[in-house]
Structures are given as structure tokens and as C-alpha cells.
Design a protein around this ligand. Structure first.
Ligand SMILES: [Mg+2]
Length: 218
């Protein structure tokens, strides 16, 4: 009898623990472009956006990185770890961004900042490469003129550039976008990823207590 009760309580504790551990999603509040606009001071500010999965749906290039069989003997041309390949990053930022698509949610936010006369930085964690076309594509797609070139932060925390350029608000889809903006002492707003993005890692909206932009998957 006692053994049965003991076993039952083990089962109960195990069930409770496993449901707590598997609950990896966080509760968060959402916001709109109008609300963000209303929260800003009247005078222009400097803001920043992450690139991949925030303002651009760049999965086509990343998909090719993992799926191609264009190397010798139909192997992956970037080797077993495409994201560690210098050649891949060169191809991505100097060529494949021709196939990256702007997100409509980003268009709305950027348009709002543009109208206010804000300075708009793009800060990507991609490694720096010579001959990038990312800046050109971003400025063309979002109709930006006189804005700074895209910043390729590589292995350096984005916090360094957020401070260096005096940003007061940063937008991003990855957990690190939010935590690094917080490290720099500024507000961060989360963009949701497209459900068909190839990037599934480090993505826990609400993890750092940040607000999420409504309908930002697209
Ligand atoms: Mg991103």
C-alpha cells in the first residue's frame, strides 16, 4: 500500500517536472507600429535593426548553404559546417541577398522611422566580407537614402555597436539581439520569425521580458 502511494507520488512529481521543463515558450506582451511611434520622443532618434529574419527573409541563401550538392562528387560545396565557411558568407552577402525578401512588417516599422527623420542602422552578426551587396539591397528595398552602411558585427557583441552609434532602440528576432541590446542599456523589440525560416535556433520570444511586434512573422 505504501509502495503504491510512493510510486504514485513519483509519477505525479515526474509529470509536473517534465511539463515545467518542456514549457519553453514565454508569456509576452505585443505592440504595434503606432504604439512604438507614440513611445518615441518628438525629435529624431537613432535606431537599429538586425537583418536576417528581422527585416529580410533571407532563408533562400541559407537553405542553399545546407542543401546544395555542388561540391566535388556531389558533396556540399561549403563542407560539413556551411556556417563556418568563409566562402558561404562571401556568397551570401555578396550574391545571395539578391534572393532575400523584405518582410512587410519591417517595411511598416522602417517607414515610420523614416518619416520621423530617424537614423537607421542595420546590424547583422554575419562576418564582415569585401564587396557586400547587403547595404545596397536593404537601402533599395526599403527606399532609404543617406543612411549608414550595414554593420557586420561578426563575433563582436552588437552591444558594442549599439553604444558606439548611440542607438536608443533595437529590433531583432534572435534571443541575442534582445540580450545584447539590453547589455547596451537600451530597449529592444522582438520580431517574430517566419514559420518557414531555416533558422530555428536561439529563438524564444519573450525570454528577456521584451515586447514583441504584432504580426511580425511576415
Ligand atoms: Mg536575425
Amino acid at each position: 500500500m505504501n509502495l503504491r502511494r510512493l510510486l504514485l507520488s513519483f509519477v505525479l512529481v515526474f509529470t509536473l517536472l517534465s511539463s515545467a521543463v518542456s514549457a519553453s515558450s514565454f508569456v509576452y506582451l505585443t505592440t504595434t507600429v503606432d504604439e512604438i511611434e507614440a513611445s518615441l520622443p518628438a525629435e529624431p532618434v537613432t535606431v537599429g535593426f538586425d537583418v536576417d529574419d528581422t527585416v529580410l527573409f533571407s532563408s533562400p541563401g541559407f537553405y542553399y548553404a545546407f542543401s546544395n550538392t555542388d561540391g566535388p562528387n556531389k558533396t556540399n560545396k561549403y563542407g560539413p559546417k556551411p556556417l563556418s565557411s568563409d566562402l558561404f558568407w562571401k556568397d551570401m552577402s555578396c550574391d545571395f541577398d539578391r534572393f532575400s525578401m523584405p518582410k512587410s512588417s519591417a517595411r511598416e516599422v522602417i517607414e515610420m522611422h523614416k518619416k520621423r527623420g530617424d537614423k537607421i542602422y542595420f546590424i547583422t552578426a554575419r562576418p564582415p566580407v569585401k564587396g557586400e551587396i547587403l547595404t545596397r539591397e536593404l537601402h533599395r528595398e526599403f527606399k532609404l537614402e543617406g543612411q549608414p552602411s550595414a554593420v557586420f558585427s561578426g563575433k563582436t557583441s552588437k552591444a558594442v555597436f549599439i553604444k558606439k552609434y548611440g542607438l536608443s532602440l533595437f529590433y531583432g528576432d534572435s534571443d541575442s539581439d534582445i540580450s545584447e541590446a539590453h547589455d547596451a542599456g537600451i530597449r529592444a523589440i522582438r520580431f517574430l520569425r517566419s514559420p518557414i525560416s531555416t533558422n530555428k535556433s536561439k529563438y524564444n520570444p519573450g525570454k528577456h521580458g521584451e515586447i514583441v511586434l504584432q504580426n511580425s512573422e511576415n
